[in-house]
Structure formats: C-alpha cells, structure tokens
Ligand binder design. Structure first.
Ligand SMILES: [Zn+2]
Length: 171
C-alpha cells in the first residue's frame, strides 16, 4: 500500500481489527519512510448482477426498501427489518461469491421474510416470482401450510410447485 503522505511504495501493518461485525477489517499502517500513520479498511467485494447485466455494489438499504414495502401495515418493526437485511447480507457473503445475481438476493430474502411475517412474504413472493394467477397464490399458500416456517427450508424447495390436490377450498 502506497503511503498517502510521501508516496513511498510500501507500508507496514501495525494493527488489524475486525469492524462491522467482522465483515470489514480496519488496518493501521505505518510508512517506513516518513513514519506517518494511516488507516485502511478492507471489505469483501459483493456485487449484484442486475437483470440488465450491469453490476452494482450490494446495498442493505435496497433490501430494506423492498421488504419495508412488503411489510406495510404488518406488525413488523424497523429493527426486525434491519436484522433481516443483515441476515440477507450474511447469507450472500457466506456463498463466497464476489458477484451474485439479483434474483439470488430475492431468494435470500424469502426465507427470513417468511419467518417474520407470512403475509409480507406472500406479497414479496408474488412480485418477485411473478405470480400471475390465483393458482400461484394458492400453490404458495399450500406450501406455507405444508412446511412450518421454523423449519429452515433450502431456498430451492420454494421453487417446487404444489400439486393442486393439496389445496382445499376454492378451485
Ligand atoms: Zn510516507
């Protein structure tokens, strides 16, 4: 790392500590040339590949905006949403990928949102997964009934379509 004071092309790390729940590392550095000290911060790259193909840095705020909309009028508080966004980021970072498709972010939101509020989950899923008919809702509701929300289901399971025979009531 180049010294920002004298442009010497090397510096020594004198301290390293995790910040932001360990998702970032702050390093204190010292220049062997001019002895000035400075800090650097290291954060793993996490880019989202949008449907257009463009990439942008992952933003917890964007996750928040999406789930906040789905939770309107629901008994969910802001702290729950902040925690959810944090869990989504942790899930995505745990994949170890530096670039993640936007729809994977959607998938990562579904599971914790379902635990938080099933109505908000349905709203979010209906937009995110392009529910086109009542049958789509019925199928999803049948899944919700069949799988208790506290059993953590792999995200791929939610792609399974419920057979219409398992839906009681309207047809
Ligand atoms: Zn220097």
């Amino acid at each position: 790392m180049i010294c920002p004071f004298c442009r010497h092309d090397d510096s020594r790390v004198i301290d390293s500590r995790p910040v932001e729940d360990g998702t970032q590392i702050r390093r204190r550095r010292e220049c062997p040339q001019c002895s000035q000290r400075f800090s650097t911060q290291e954060v793993a790259l996490l880019n989202i590949i949008k449907r257009s193909g463009a990439t942008e840095p992952f933003s917890r705020e964007k996750v928040l905006v999406g789930v906040r909309k789905a939770c309107q009028g629901r008994p969910v508080n802001e702290d729950d949403l902040v925690l959810l966004a944090q869990r989504v980021e942790e899930t995505l970072r745990a994949t170890g990928q530096a670039e993640i498709e936007a729809n994977e972010v959607g998938m990562a939101i579904l599971a914790p949102l379902r635990e938080l509020d099933e109505v908000a989950y349905l709203r979010y899923a209906s937009v995110y997964r392009n529910f086109a008919s009542l049958e789509d809702f019925e199928g999803e509701i049948a899944l919700l009934r069949a799988l208790p929300s506290n059993s953590s289901t792999p995200s791929s399971a939610s792609k399974t379509t419920a057979s219409s025979s398992s839906i009681s009531g309207k047809s």
